[in-house]
Design a protein around this ligand. Structure first.
Ligand code: ADP
Ligand code: MG
Length: 238
């Protein structure tokens, strides 16, 4: 689960401070698939960075899976991310000098998990790229690279998957394929998924859509009532 309480992001700038996020309260129960939409510059990437603990809020508290991010130091945050959070980026971000298989193994090895090779092979099978295991990113199409990135993101079975415009560099059909893959693994593993997208069709795949404008939520298709997550899409707060 993800909970933001009174979270703001304000940057000092020459004249008056620049408000990136206005006070934001948000509860996302475990297992929910949420699409974040909004124009460029509305604060979508900032919001994902805060949830991931890659960025710190100016005010407010962020709790992820019961852990308060503001109470962790850098090492604790890094370990927390490694075992709880998976990422998918618009630009794939695979390591060019590693094969597809090795790219998927990396997070498992960093976290010291046993059976990294077996788990990575299992994931390549799920994404349908077993035959490309020994290929390097440059030898793969954009869609194939993003499938490898999805496999890498799910490698450590994260409770939360964050994706920032994961289909932004792909054609419509390939993008739909990536979203299908995310949805399949999401429902199989019960992952909470927060996906930033410009594509209304992709947003319809989500259980909930949140619209940001100028750093404020202007629409939430399924607001949590009273902050206790009591909504029909399931997901009980631990
Ligand atoms: P989005 O992902 O919705 O396009 P962002 O979260 O990237 O929006 O950015 C929100 C706003 O914050 C934008 O106006 C952007 O220019 C500004 N911004 C983000 N990070 C910084 C930064 N480090 N320094 C200055 N401005 C920033
Ligand atoms: Mg962005």
């Amino acid at each position: 689960m993800i909970r933001l309480s009174g979270v703001t992001k304000v940057l000092p700038s020459g004249g008056r401070p620049l408000i990136i996020l206005h006070p934001l309260d948000l509860f996302i129960p475990q297992g929910q698939f949420v699409a974040i939409m909004g124009p460029s510059g509305s604060g979508k990437s900032t919001l994902l960075g805060l949830i991931a603990g890659l960025d710190t809020p100016t005010e407010g508290e962020i709790d992820v899976n019961g852990a308060r991010l503001g109470r962790m130091n850098e090492d604790q945050l890094a370990r927390f991310r490694g075992s709880n959070v998976g990422f998918v980026f618009q630009t794939f971000q695979l390591i060019p000098t590693l094969t597809a298989l090795e790219n998927v193994m990396i997070p498992l090895e960093i976290m010291g998990r046993d059976g990294a090779g077996d788990r990575a092979n299992e994931l390549l099978d799920i994404i349908g790229l077993t035959e490309r295991a020994s290929h390097y990113p440059a030898q793969l199409s954009g869609g194939e690279q993003q499938r490898v990135a999805v496999a890498r993101a799910f490698a450590c079975r994260p409770k939360i998957l964050l994706a920032d415009e994961p289909t932004g560099n792909l054609d419509t059909a390939t993008g739909a394929n990536i979203i299908g893959l995310l949805r399949a693994i999401h429902s199989e593993q019960g992952t909470t998924m927060v996906l930033v997208t410009h594509d209304p069709e992709i947003a319809t795949a989500a259980q909930r859509t949140i619209q940001l404008r100028d750093g404020s939520v202007v629409e939430d298709s399924l607001p949590a009532t009273g902050g206790d997550g009591g909504n029909s899409s399931g997901g009980v707060e631990p």
